[in-house]
Design a protein. Sequence first.
Length: 267
Amino acid sequence: MSSHPSLTLGAHVDQTDPIAEAQARGITMVQFFLGDPQSYKGPVVHHEGGAEGLRAAAQEAGVDLYVHAPYMINVATTNNRIRIPSRKLLQQHMTAATEIGAKGLIVHGGHVGDDDDPAKGFDNWRKAIEATDLTIPLLLENTAGGDNAMARHLDRIGRTWEAIQQADGADMVGFCLDTCHAWAGGIELGEVVEQVRSITGRIDLVHANNSRDAAGSGADRHAPLGDGQIPQDELADVLRAAGAPVLLETPGADLHEADLAWLRERL
């Protein structure tokens, strides 16, 4: 099995001083929220030096920054009261992430309603890409639950991706593979990398998470890498096959140390 001694390792951290968080963990990549992930209020930079200060500090320290967009964002929905604010919020976070020098902005695929034609959701993704000024890569992340999700099942990911490819700006869209979401979403992990690559041609980032719940459960509940329902060998195989930067989203910073040791041992 090929090893990737050069795989970049990172973790989701608090945004107040992400450089210190990275250095404390001995990593060169961090992800964080800019503001409240459950709010439409727009991005907030808590770093004491503001956006410019954070950008400079990251450059000096050699730490790559990634921003996770709020969970509220759903650009696929046919409900304008959600879709329009979602687009606005996506643009605000894109702008803020660019100002801090982030390498990418990660966003969930969203969903349509029970009675909606999913084709409308795919097309809404195309429109959202055209309506957004993509100044850094936007990374579409696969999600765990919901039968009407745009990025849970492989066929839906395929149709969403196909729609995005029709948009001006499609060259700025990449893919973030979440291992817990794939497992809980019912995708066979042994073939997920190959399948996603055959659809998108790329995997730009991996969210390395074990799953608290069973395969196909639809439950988005992360677990530490060494303690979940995904067999550890299978999880390590996915990370090696993807060959992309690996980011931990383990709940609780105290668990990052154990998970980073797990990664270093296997990758």
